[in-house]
Ligand binder design. Sequence first.
Ligand SMILES: *Cc1c(COP(=O)(O)O)cnc(C)c1O
Length: 371
Amino acid sequence: MTDFISLAAAGVQSLNPYQPGKPIDELEREYGVSNALKFASNENPLGPSPHVLEAARKALPEVWLYPDGNGFRLKEKIAAHCGIATDQITLGNGSSDLLDFVVRVFVSPGREVLFSEHSFAIYPILTQAADGKGIATPAREWGCDLHALRAVVTDNTALVFIANPNNPTGTWLEGGSLERFVRDLPDHVMVVIDEAYFEYASDPAVGADGYPNTVEWVERYPNLMVTRTFSKCYGLAGLRVGYSVSHPRVAELMNRVRPPFNVNRIALVAAEAALDDDVHRQRSVGMNASGLKQLMAGFERLGLKYIPSVGNFICVDVGDDAAPVYEALLCEGVIVRPVANYGMPRHLRITVGTSEHNDIMLSALQKVLTS
Ligand SMILES: *Cc1c(COP(=O)(O)O)cnc(C)c1O
């Protein structure tokens, strides 16, 4: 039998794939529990807007036609929404698609890609797949330390990834220091600010004072790219649609590696409708802000430390190895996210649910920690 591993590209040979949160179906099948609740993938517990579902249903009979490969109408909507030009936008099958494109465009084998310790797992994975050299800089209070990042920039640096706020820690960077970091980078370094949780973090009620609107900076810094997604606050994780905002010349390069119909018909119309429904967005961010408070109060009652978060998730320190706590919660029908693979073996990342589900999760956590 052929040794396919030896045939794989160098970076792929030792690559560990991304581990997604456990799906509800899988837990119910494996553990024989029913009514399981998932707090593991930062999905919006309210789901999408009803207008989105209506638009998606209306588009269904047209699925035999290829989608608009340029996503003209969605780009127009995003451009108006963000106050940018359509030629700055690249659409992706989820924003992870765009992270993949930017690596393929800018990272040749051996070039360096920088990110912080405890930052999103996709960055090192994509870097390694491209045979780039990933460099993780030490975190500061669980968050990204911009000075540490700046200190390792070299002539060989191709790309810097910064998630703001960061997943899984929920930590965030304020606009002043972040803009100075971007401004002071050498021209040959691309910087990607991954804003998968932008809508949550920019809600005043979560208290991220000075959280920036970085798409406004792209005009000033041609080596800056911002990515956003419809998967989180807009409740469309299952449809896969995200976008990047960059200099038009960078968007043109992204378009060279983008598969022609990477965003499907239903996703395009659903995302358009999602941008139109500001009421649903506000309900979602409002529920998140109160849910975060509920979880923090719950953790304090249980005597547990947590990392203050401005996303729709929060990392709690269970005081000891979190793996048995994760397993015990599964037996209670509660799926959370272990983060040992992020160098955080005592933490669990928990997505903010509805107030009712948050209470169920907190009770389950209390039960498994005291039994
Ligand atoms: C969820 C997430 C994404 C992207 O998700 P998509 O569904 O691919 O849009 C990107 N970055 C971070 C930090 C995330 O948490």
